[in-house]
Design a protein around this ligand. Structure first.
Ligand code: B12
Length: 131
């Protein structure tokens, strides 16, 4: 890609945990990506609208509240409805391993749980973002 990858780091739902999102935002920025942070308490609609308006290549959603099974598939469904499935959708946070296969089935391309080195996330995005 002849321009920096653009990433929307998003905080869906009423989740007030923002440290993880900020660590990821910093790591992606240090890897040369352009990062836009939504701030806390965004609805799936707000996140998808921002992603389209900002013309991002990636949505990176952080969720530690336990509401991942509801909110993440909603974002995925909205990307489909808006014909914006070229946007790579990844997520991370406190998400039980058992819940991940269903999230992948519903269109989340990868889930990164606590302890995942940020270099793994950077590599995944660089290798999977639509060129
Ligand atoms: C710190 C903390 C708080 C702080 C938050 C401070 C802040 N500004 O973020 C405070 C004290 C405010 C808090 C409050 C609450 N908390 Co709290 N909190 C934690 C704690 C101890 C650490 C989270 C943290 O900051 N870790 C450090 C950061 C750097 O790591 P991280 O967020 O996990 O992010 C890393 C990875 O997950 C990953 N990642 C995260 N997001 C993303 C996104 C992408 C795209 C990628 C690629 C990777 C990625 O990469 C990050 C860097 O390595 C966790 C327990 C735990 N160990 O996880 C509980 C925890 C998350 N909290 C919990 C709960 C229940 C609450 C409260 C509801 C408690 C209450 N009754 O009041 C409130 C809710 C507040 C709210 N409005 O949401 C539960 C959630 C349970 C669940 N999901 O099922 C946990 C798991 C504790 C527990 N075991 O019960 N909490």
């Amino acid at each position: 890609m002849d321009r920096p990858i653009r990433v929307l780091v998003a905080k869906p739902g009423l989740d007030g945990h923002d440290r993880g999102a900020k660590v990821i935002a910093r790591a992606l920025r240090d890897a040369g990506m352009e990062v836009i942070y939504t701030g806390l308490r965004q609805t799936p609609e707000q996140i998808v609208n921002a992603a389209i308006q900002e013309d991002v290549d990636v949505i990176a959603a952080s969720i530690l509240s336990g509401a991942h099974a509801t909110l993440l598939p909603r974002i995925s469904a909205l990307l489909k409805k808006e014909d914006a499935e070229d946007i790579l959708f990844v997520a991370g946070g406190v998400i039980p391993e058992d819940d991940i296969p269903e999230l992948i089935e519903k269109g989340i391309k990868a889930v990164f749980t606590p302890g995942t080195p940020t270099t793994v996330t950077v590599k995944f995005i660089e290798e999977n973002v639509r060129k």
